[in-house]
Design a binder for this molecule. Structure first.
Ligand code: PMP
Length: 290
């Protein structure tokens, strides 16, 4: 059995039991694999403490509600399981990946008779190029793939079905020499990149696309809250390509990326070490390490 090497020798929580990562396998006929009846979370660990653990587990419940799947564990139980995985593996800084999915007990599309399963894995952070992009700033293009219509039920979730689009956008970026791509909504307004939110800085204020057809990330919410506390104005508005081209700076937010400055979006170059970005980055790092 081949499994991600960062899980080598670690334990995961699988349906409430701690087991070796290499034993955490699913059947070929898993409903979630065929019909995307699955949802996940991504949580960072700082100083052996998962950041915003409860909020992430509440979002997992929300994602599963939208997918009409009853999570077999309460938010409190999920939090306890996640902390147990962190503690048993002694992970001081890392990442937690909870996953909920319909099992292999039936193949009917509605999933009747299938069991809802839940697993939580965690591992020490590998930064996969993050530090290098932090230094030079991200290089972004505009994706040819539009986001979902706001009437679509899945956009506020981390249901795996939306990640097919995220995956295509990231592959498109890599194939075209970019770090990532900004997707537009169906009216041509800016939304986010493959799996992180986007915020601009203009005339001393933050300008953030309204999350009306894409995930309102917990990092985004944290950064906007910090900005309010620091007296930095925040405008949540529909952002056009013209507005993006006139901004002074821009950055990405997400659990995995934390805060990452943008150097270039299409033809527009931004200031990577903008003082407001640096202030927010410092405040964020102080918060997660407090
Ligand atoms: N958008 C998408 C599609 C994502 O996958 C993520 C990462 N979870 C984000 C935004 C940022 O969300 P968060 O800050 O909660 O990690």
């Amino acid at each position: 059995m081949v499994f991600p090497e960062q899980l080598n020798g670690l334990k995961v929580c699988f349906d409430g039991q701690l087991i070796a990562a290499e034993d955490s396998v699913v059947h070929l006929m898993t409903h979630g694999l065929h019909y995307a009846t699955a949802a996940f979370e991504g949580i960072r660990i700082y100083n052996r403490t998962p950041f915003l653990l409860r909020e992430h587990m509440e979002r997992l419940h929300h994602s599963c509600n939208v997918l009409m799947m009853e999570v077999p564990y309460s938010v409190e139980q999920l939090c306890a399981q996640a902390q147990q995985v962190v503690d048993v593996n002694q992970i001081d800084f890392g990442y937690i990946r909870p996953l909920v999915w319909r099992g292999s007990e039936g193949m009917l599309i509605a999933g009747h008779g299938t069991k809802v399963h839940c697993a939580i894995a965690a591992w020490g952070v590998y930064e996969s190029g993050r530090a290098e992009i932090r230094q030079r700033g991200a290089n972004l293009g505009y994706s040819a793939h539009p986001k979902l219509h706001p009437s679509h039920t899945f956009w506020s979730t981390k249901a795996t079905c939306i990640y097919a689009l995220c995956y295509v956008i990231k592959r498109e970026a890599n194939a075209n020499g970019y770090d990532d791509m900004v997707a537009l909504d169906l009216d041509g307004y800016l939304t986010e990149v493959s799996s992180a939110n986007l915020i601009f800085i203009k005339d001393g204020a933050l300008v953030a696309p309204i999350p009306d057809c894409f995930l309102n990330g917990l990092t985004r919410q944290t950064v906007l809250k910090l900005a309010h506390q620091m007296g930095i104005a925040v405008h949540e508005v529909k952002v056009t390509k013209e507005m993006a081209a006139e901004a002074d700076a821009a950055f990405l937010t997400g659990t995995a990326l934390e805060l990452l400055p943008i150097k270039k979006l299409a033809e527009t170059e931004y200031e990577v070490e903008h003082p407001i970005f640096l202030q927010l980055e410092k405040a964020f790092h102080q918060l997660v390490n407090s």
